[in-house]
Design a protein around this ligand. Structure first.
Ligand SMILES: [Zn+2]
Length: 67
């Protein structure tokens, strides 16, 4: 196994599969992942981190994982 350069994926925690809900569009079970995004506050010039849980299916997989 070689090391892969994962710029965006490194920010995405591995999540569980939510079998209780399925996407009505693609029929795929949702993966629940935690995405950490960086927010910059212009006034204080400080960085804040925002964590949010995202449901991932085939519809937005490329979007979430950066294509
Ligand atoms: Zn879907």
């Amino acid at each position: 196994m070689g090391k892969k350069d994962r710029t965006f994926a490194s920010k995405v925690a591995k999540g569980a599969v939510d079998h209780s809900q399925k996407c009505s569009v693609c029929g795929d079970a949702f993966h629940l992942i935690k995405v950490v995004s960086t927010l910059e506050a212009p006034e204080s010039k400080s960085l804040r981190f925002q964590e949010k849980m995202v449901r991932v299916c085939k519809c937005n997989h490329a979007e979430v994982y950066g294509g």
